[in-house]
Structures are given as structure tokens and as C-alpha cells.
Write a protein that binds this ligand. Sequence first.
Ligand code: GTP
Ligand code: MG
Length: 603
Amino acid sequence: MTLESVPPPRQRIHLVMAGHVDHGKSTVIGRLLVDTNSLPQGKLEQIRELCARTARPFEYAFLLDALKDEQAQGITIDAARVFFKTARRDYIILDAPGHIEFLRNMVTGAAHAEAALLVIDAEEGIRENSRRHGYMMSLLGIGQLAVVVNKMDLVGYRREVFERIAADYGRFLDEIGVKPRAILPACAREGENIAAPGPHLGWYDGPTVLEVLEQFEPERPPVDKPFRMPVQDVYKFTEEGDDRRIVAGTIESGGVAPGDEVVFYPSGKKARVKSLEAFNGPPPARAIAGQAAGFTLAEQIYVARGELAALATEVRPHVTTRLLVSLFWLGRGPLVKRKDYLLKLGTAKVLARVEEIHRVIDGSTLAARDGTDRVDLHEVAECTLQLQRALAFDDPEVALATSRFVLVDDSDIRGGGIVREALPDRQTWVRDKVLLRNFKWEASFIPGERRAERYGQKPVLLLLTGPRAVDRKRLAKELEVRLFNDGRVVYFLGMGNVLYGVDADLERTGNRAEHMRRLAEVANIMLDAGVILLVSAAELTAEDLELIRASVGADRVSTVWLGDRVTTDFRADLVVGEDEPLADAVERLRNFLHEAGVLFRPW
Ligand code: GTP
Ligand code: MG
């Protein structure tokens, strides 16, 4: 095929159906398929016959069910998506059967909806979900919305009924700050005002449903926004001696090209893009928003799934452990404080707790209540979330996709929303230094994995802490000897080793945080060298630990508490009793390191 003969890509738009149960969402879609001749030859007749044979009344919704199992026009229709095309463009419709599916599609679905069609039954009128879905869309930032007042046949096609619903719902949308593109009457079952004006709706002179759809603008992939790619996976080349990795993901905004400096957050590690990779065919000169992309790096830094890639030259994402969010709660049980939920944003997953609930609103009635410590089913809340580790994300104005999140409890999506603001946490001052340090870090030609392979271990900082009176150093040093004799690359570092050297310019007292920061910086260098580092320090607190984790990376720190009574405010990975024989304790720590995947050569 010559270049000239390649047709320009067809415009496509993703649409989501919303509305109360049984108000006619599937019928509207079915009718659109029929009226735009999008069905495979004979499909409609086949379903009608089947209904006649089984003495069931024909439903347009059956068309959708029938299509789900087969190929239509060369595109597979999957569980929730329906395709049809007009001369102008292709439509992909998400027929979300419930709240959770709706939210899942919006936040985690492969296709983010760009526009929504909300269906209201003229006879039943506005119901809770008519409003809730409207609210969810406004919260998730779907700007384009049209409302179909369906089943006009059931109210005798009366203009007053339509106008009352249009006025009421219009007022509701206005309150939540949404401007609908159109509110229009229709009778999906008879095809009135779906693809053509209806004979019974003579008093109406606005657009048909199809005309409104054709007027929606496809959201241009945000190519001119800052580059953002949540890292989906890191693939290793299989060739012997080839250290290259392909960092892969879907680009949510902006673009990237070879030679660009990419920074990965929350760590802030930086490397140059060496090459773009394509799974089939030649790689593009630049990969842009909306595309699945893969690239290799010129410097061998460690990158993992869950990080967010950005460009060094562009505005950077926020990194913090405290978020101000607006969220929807869809769980049967309430969202409460003092409970861990899993927050998913982009490809990142992190444990989250509710620190404060500022305001709660009923998503349907818009009634607000203050001073509460729970969020019930179908309520919308403004909360502060405290995360177990730092997360990278964006303001909705910068990149919508990397500001939307879901909350998971018991492996089910229970809520979701949007991050409104990055709040400072106790580590903000350290993190800023760490981001700069990582940004400026001079990476070795030897990737960390090569060191790990040679040493048969992963670098880790093992913090041994406990009451002042308990002898931590003894255990740490015995463990060092044991690991050394095993052939491990291990090093013991006492707090005193840092205090009088690296910290010589600091007052002994009143500078705890800075002492900790320097200790962590030393540890970070040792970990980069591939070492298992054993540090003993008295009475570490959660705040110290947070600081150290922010500095060296949370997944590279393990903690041991020595003492019968745990008097600290964090939960140590391991507790060793005061009376435990030294040899047993050493063995237990060694086992722990093995189970944690730190020691991985036969031993
Ligand atoms: P769920 O997917 O269950 O939430 O329902 P839905 O919103 O997809 O509704 P569906 O399209 O399945 O329609 C529900 C019922 O309303 C069906 O029996 C349809 O035949 C009927 N219906 C849909 N549109 C019209 C209409 O314009 N007039 C009348 N009289 N009935 C309609
Ligand atoms: Mg349906």
C-alpha cells in the first residue's frame, strides 16, 4: 500500500449511557443501531423471529445481548461496549448496567467516555439515579452531556410533561455546575426523535438524539498537555548480556520522543529515552496521548509498575501522602475512619485511610451534612486521605486521567473520585530534597539488577530499634557476621558512626529530623551499591520511619523491634523478645530476609 492510499483515521467518540434502571438506555442504543443500519444483515429479523417463537415481546435490548457474542463489522463487541458508525464517525457506547460498572468504566476502563447520554423515563420522571449519574459525571469531569426524556408515548406525548422534567432536571444540573448540550423528548421503542423526528412530537423542533450525538466533539487526546504515562510494566530483553528494559504503558497526555529526559514519580529518578519500541511495525518518531507506548532508557535506573512517567522539562506531578479528594461512596457499608482501603490511580496502588471527612452530600437530593465520621452508600464526600506511601498524581486541570481514582475494599471497587489538591505531609521538606537528589543522580553503567544477580541479594535497609536499654548493636553485629560468613555483602552502621562524622556540624540535640535525613542519605548510597545495611538506632518513631522511607524508598526498608514491650507508634515487620537467645534471633532475622526476597541465592 502506498502512503497516499492510506485512508485518514476515522474520527471516533466514546459515549457512556447513564440513567435509572429500566428507563430505556439499552432501547435507545438498540434503536440507534437499527436506524443507522449498523446491524449485521438479518439480525433484526432473526431476533424478532426468536421472540415470536418463544412468545416473548420483542425488546431492542435483546439486540445488544445478541451482539455481545459475535463480531459485528469486524469489531468484537465486548461485555459493555457497542459500536456503530455514521458517515461522520465511529461511536463506541458503554452501556453501563450499574453504578460500579459505570465508575469502573469511567476511571479504569480502557475507554474513558468523552460524552454521556442520560435517559429519563417520562412517565416515572426523575429518579435518584438520574441525579446520581449526573453528579458522578460532573465530578469525574465529563463535560458533554445530553438528556433524553424517553417513553414519551406513555405520557401521551404531552409537551407539559416533557417541559416539567426538562426544567426540573435542568435546575438540578445547574446546581452541580453542568450545562447540558440538549434536553430532548423521545420514544425509543417507536424510534421517535431517535434518528428521525417523530410524528407525535410535532410541537418539538429541536435536534434528534442522533443529531445531538453528531454534535458532541471528540475530546482531542491531550497531546499538548504535559507528558504522563503510568508505567504498566517493565519488560526485560531476553538476550544474554542485554540489560535494556522496555518501559511500557498507555500515554494519558502529552508525548515522548527519543532523547527526552523522563522522570519517574514518586521517586524522581531520571533517565533519557533511548528508543521508542513498537510491538509490530516500525516505532514512531514520537509517541503521543492515547497510544500504548514502550521505550528503552539510556541510563539503567530501576523503574517499576505503578510509577508515573513525566518529562523533566514539563510541569511535574504532585507527590505526597496526603490528598484532598472528592469521592463517591458506593459500598453497602459506610466509608469510615481507621480502616485501610486500597486506592488505585493510574497503575499505582497504595493503602489509604480517611483522615478527615469535611463534608458529605447526598448525590441525589444534594442535602449536605457536616461533622460526620462516615460516608454512606450513594453519598459524595470531600475528605482528606492519608496514604501509606507517597503517590504521584495531577491536578484535574493538568491531566484528568491521572487525577481520577477508585477505592477498593475486599477486592471490590467501593468508591471513586478525583483528587482536588495535594496536601503537605510531614515529609514534604525531605521529599523535595530527595526528588532533586534523584533528579541529579549520576547513574552507573551497571544496573542494580546486575549487582543483585552477582551478590545473590537485594539491597535492603534493616532498621533494628527498640528501647534504649536493650542491646540492639550486639544482635546487628552478630547478624552481620552470620550473613558475611554466608558470603553476603552486608554492612553494620551504628547511629554513632554517623553522628560524629557526617553529622559533625550538627548540634546533638534538637536536630533529630536532620540527623535522620543524613542517616537515610548514607543508607541510600550504600543501598545503591547493592549492600544489605544493618542500622541500629534507639527508639525510632513512625515519623522517623516515614522520613527514612521517603528518602530511600519505602520498599527498601524493613524494621525490627527489639524488646518485650513495643513502645513505638509503628508496626515493626518483626519483633524480637529480650530473652530470645541471640543465635535464635539471628536465625529468625536471616529467615525473615530470605522470605522477604532479600537473600535469593541457595543458602
Ligand atoms: P437497565 O439496563 O436494566 O437499567 O434498563 P435500561 O435503561 O437499559 O432499559 P431498557 O432499554 O431495557 O428498557 C426497559 C423497558 O422499557 C423495556 O421493557 C423497554 O421495552 C421499555 N421501553 C424503552 N423505551 C421505551 C419507550 O420509548 N416507550 C415505552 N413504552 N417503553 C419503552
Ligand atoms: Mg440496559
